[in-house]
Design a protein around this ligand. Sequence first.
Ligand SMILES: Cc1cc2nc3c(=O)[nH]c(=O)nc-3n(C[C@H](O)[C@H](O)[C@H](O)COP(=O)(O)OP(=O)(O)OC[C@H]3O[C@@H](n4cnc5c(N)ncnc54)[C@H](O)[C@@H]3O)c2cc1C
Length: 488
Amino acid sequence: MKKAIIIGSGIAGLAAALRLKKKGYQVSVFEKNGYAGGKLHAIELGGYRFDLGPSLFTLPHLIDELHQLFPNVEVDFNYIKKKTACHYFWEDGTSFEAPADLENFAVKAAEIFDEKQNTLSKYLQNSKMKYESTKSLFLEKSLHKSNTYFSKQTLKAILKIPFLGINNTLDQENKKFSNPKLNQLFNRYATYNGSSPYLTPGIMSMIPYLELGLGTYYPQGGMHRISQSLFELAQKVGVEFRFRESVKKINHSNNKVTGVTTEKGTHDADIVLCNMDVFPTYRQLLQDIKAPEKTLKQERSSSALIFYWGIKKSFPQLDLHNILFSENYKAEFEAIFNNKSLYEDPTVYINITSKQSPQDAPKGCENWFVMINTPGDYGQNWENLVIKAKKNILSKIKRCLNIDVEELIDVEYVLTPQGIEKNTSSYRGALYGAASNNKFAAFLRHPNFNKTIGNLYHVGGSVHPGGGIPLCLLSAKITADLIPNTNA
Ligand SMILES: Cc1cc2nc3c(=O)[nH]c(=O)nc-3n(C[C@H](O)[C@H](O)[C@H](O)COP(=O)(O)OP(=O)(O)OC[C@H]3O[C@@H](n4cnc5c(N)ncnc54)[C@H](O)[C@@H]3O)c2cc1C
């Protein structure tokens, strides 16, 4: 039986393990932590459960596909479709419960923001066109293999290029709305891949279609069930997991991978898939080959500062996803990307899973995941920044929601960019690998295979097609498609 080693059990590592098992490989996953899931992890604190990382779940069929690879193996994984995408709040008292449905969104947004319904409908249809005409080229295939460019779908995507908004920024693309609040609302989608709306290309206006057209979902039991159900499935089908065993070196000979060396020993393999961020992969595990410096120099995506608060009260005006918008969005992104600092009036995201799973908090209480976008770790004094940010967030909540939340905080846990890097080895604590702050970013991402070492592959948020759960799952799929079945 041919042997495959996977370095890391993030969502892409788990998906790749299942896909290679299906292809007939004997699969071992080496994970430096004592648990599977990487960023998709959870904690319990004083009777509250918190998902530590992702909170928004789209394209659930990509998880179903993995379960369906082994139809006779039962693992519990269920999810519900949300009717409401997000509750938005501004300081002037405007609030908007955004329906997760294109038509209803256009009707309701037209009413709240005094915008023409037709302008909104056209924008959302354009978002759909952008997604549908480019997904097969940019999201489902390797951009680094020549045969990608000789398909009918690629030709279709290339013909659409003049209509994709590639030469505009997302903000310019969103200037068509007369109400600046709508511009801000649609600019927010740049953060779904850790970029700035004032830099990322207008093609990113396809993202609203994912959420409002294809839907937003909630996995029963929380986001952690995504990684846990894949981990359970992998164990049941015979994938071996070696926890607390960090890989120190990728071994190769005559430009072909031969295995890995961990802190406990050397292990041979026919193929190796690396789910570790590409930056530390080259700097730590592949010090003996020339690194692709241009790729590694790409600007990193934003990171986050998250306060996990158990709150001794419940708030009917809040839902699963809530956003309190900054008064000056442009200044906020300049602080994050230009000054590598935090803005004093941050946009605050509050995720409350106890709205969907009441068992996530004691009766009458809520589990608040309170996040602001931040730069990565460039050596800032995070201890000071956490103190300042907490003050600014509490004051923002007071101004937007009229809630004095400080006295209601029952338990607290804090995660900084440094903590994210420590937990998962993501360079600078980036949430999504490289930022998409220019129109060439997609082509600059690291390929899913190694150009120097044969049979060495790369999956996860730092490689093609990018970060976020759906793209990480697609990276595992693209990579598995490059690898032959063991009997081929
Ligand atoms: C706070 C936060 C919020 C987010 N919100 C969302 C969201 O709402 N929706 C969304 O889709 N995405 C979101 N993301 C992004 C998403 O979580 C990531 O893109 C995705 O989970 C990355 O998965 P990955 O497979 O690349 O690996 P990671 O999750 O980064 O895991 C890599 C794994 O490799 C292991 N590892 C690293 N080095 C070694 C080594 N040398 N040896 C052995 N093991 C090693 C690590 O311990 C880790 O387990 C968020 C991320 C964070 C942190």
